[in-house]
Ligand binder design. Structure first.
Ligand code: AMP
Length: 138
């Protein structure tokens, strides 16, 4: 599978790359949510968290942590969001797994996350039972 991000990894189309290794590439988001917004991708074009092999995911996250720490040292943000969208319903627009590193400054309003909802303990138990049952299927 070839995607716009695999073409960036292969240097077939331009991007501002900040770091790379044999498994992952980090480059500047072309439409940044904040100053220093970086994307970290797997070199191989797995669409999402459901399809990427665990060892490859760990490599992506290892590079994401390295770059996040470098953002912390270089740009001195007050915080950083790590966002990873899977599926159109979750806001994914490029179907090649990527992790967003979004530096944050107090009061910047750069990102709306979620509105806390309400639930009941028995609902949490029911959902947890479903997830535990699926974990048993591994
Ligand atoms: P998502 O909505 O999680 O799929 O995020 C896709 C991200 O890719 C968006 O933040 C886009 O701004 C970014 N993006 C799309 N095309 C490029 C590109 N050619 N170079 C850098 N970033 C890109």
């Amino acid at each position: 599978m070839s995607t716009i991000f695999s073409r960036i990894a292969a240097r077939e189309i331009p991007a501002v790359i900040v770091a790379e290794d044999d498994a992952a590439v980090a480059f500047m988001d072309i439409a940044p949510a904040s100053r220093g917004h970086v994307l970290v991708i797997a070199r191989e074009a797995y669409p999402d968290i459901f399809s990427i092999p665990p060892a490859t995911w760990l490599r992506v996250m290892a590079l994401a942590q390295r770059v996040a720490q470098a953002i912390g040292r270089s740009l001195a943000p007050d915080g950083i969001n790590i966002v990873q969208n899977n599926g159109a319903a979750a806001g994914q627009t490029v179907f090649h797994l990527h992790v967003h590193l979004i530096p944050r400054w107090s009061g910047d309003g750069a990102l709306a996350l979620w509105h806390p909802g309400a639930t009941a303990p028995e609902q949490l138990d029911g959902v947890a039972r479903q997830i535990r049952a699926a974990l048993g299927d591994d």
